[in-house]
Design a protein around this ligand. Structure first.
Ligand code: COI
Length: 357
């Protein structure tokens, strides 16, 4: 449709980059100079451009604000020691974005619009990709219903936007998590697998309650009987039980995490047995009691690998054993980083190299 070099580009008058403390990057605080913008109206895309990141002018009646047709992705770009910039697993994120849009009755974003817009945006804002260990440029593609009309209906107009921002680690320390037995994040047949805004808004209330009790996050359980482990807030869950990597299978109530998938691939590369299978709370609690649960961690784009130190089940805090660099989660995180940074060959074809403008 539109080749990356042909995307109209209006540069900022003055970059905001000098206001950013690249050594202390709080997640979500800084936004890069430009954004990619495209308007969809009754089957046609228009106004495709890269322009200064700025407020939008929208009617208070837009359908996305009222009925929740909003979908997003979370991706990352990295700066390698030789200065090259690479985007991680564009294809897998794009496919998940399409699946989320489909579930929310939103039109697909064409492949070239997604890939070319993102590549060009990142090449323009290349200076915003941080260098410090553990930091990256977070990429936020998203789409929402922009049709101004308040009847409940599938919208005919949407905005697709990509903005980016430099980020550091999402969780600063090992997590205390609580197995949630009252509230539900997603039910069978619902939108749990989609990255739609409502899944996040709906999880705030139980997560706030858990935070008041001293936990960082909840572990969601299935919506039918609270019998099986699903995922955690903002990340998938993985465990090491009796030396085997165990994670629940993705389903219509679990997000198909890109980091989860990458770590399962890396587990095989490292020679670990990985079991993708339902994990009941009963099995988890028995393994904790018997000291057979060696590691638990969250895996997500923002979180990367987030070690869990304490799991609360049925009101009891179980402390996990201390870990070192030989723990699976640490080895997997290190290999993932090395593959992204170009220290290891890209055997799975996960990285897209971007040429700076
Ligand atoms: C991500 O890991 O990229 C997410 O989208 C989770 C959260 C930051 C919203």
């Amino acid at each position: 449709m539109i080749h990356a070099d042909a995307i109209p580009f209006t540069p900022v008058k003055e970059s905001r980059l000098s206001q950013v403390d690249m050594q202390h990057l709080e997640f979500g605080k800084y936004i890069s100079d430009h954004m990619y913008y495209a308007h969809y109206d009754h089957g046609k895309w228009s106004d495709i451009a890269i322009r200064p990141f700025a407020d939008l002018s929208l009617s208070p009646s837009i359908l996305g604000l009222h009925y929740g047709q909003t979908v997003f992705e979370g991706m990352k770009a990295f700066r390698r020691p030789d200065g090259q910039i690479t985007i991680f697993r564009m294809d897998k994120h794009y496919q998940r974005f399409l699946a989320s849009l489909d579930r929310m009755c939103m039109p697909p974003v064409p492949e070239d619009l997604f890939y070319d817009g993102m590549s060009r945006l990142i090449s323009i804002d290349a200076a915003w990709v941080p260098e410090a260990d553990g930091s990256s440029l977070y990429i936020r593609p998203f789409m929402f219903a922009s049709e101004a009309r308040f009847g409940v209906k599938v919208a005919e107009e949407y905005l697709f936007i990509i903005f980016t921002g430099p980020v550091g680690p999402y969780y600063a320390k090992p997590l205390r998590v609580k197995v949630e037995l009252d509230y539900v994040r997603a039910a069978k047949g619902g939108t749990g697998y989609a990255k739609c805004g409502g899944n996040y808004g709906g999880s705030y209330y139980p997560t706030q309650k858990a935070k008041e009790e001293g936990f960082d996050q909840v572990i969601w359980t299935d919506g039918r009987a609270h019998e099986f482990i699903e995922e955690s807030g903002t990340m998938n869950l993985m465990f090491v039980i009796d030396g085997k990597v165990v994670t629940p299978p993705t389903s219509d109530s679990i997000l198909d995490g890109v980091t989860r998938d990458s770590i399962l691939t890396i587990a095989a590369d490292l020679g670990y047995d990985a079991e993708v299978r339902p994990l009941s709370i009963e099995e988890l609690e028995n393994a904790l009691k018997a000291g057979r649960l060696q590691e638990a961690f969250g895996a997500g784009t923002a979180a990367v690998v987030a070690p869990i130190a304490v799991i609360n089940v049925h009101g009891h805090d179980y402390e996990l054993p201390a870990w070192d660099d030989n723990a699976f989660m640490m080895k997997a995180k290190q290999k993932l980083t090395r593959m992204r940074m170009g220290f290891e060959p890209d055997v799975h074809d996960w990285n897209t190299i971007i040429s700076p403008m």
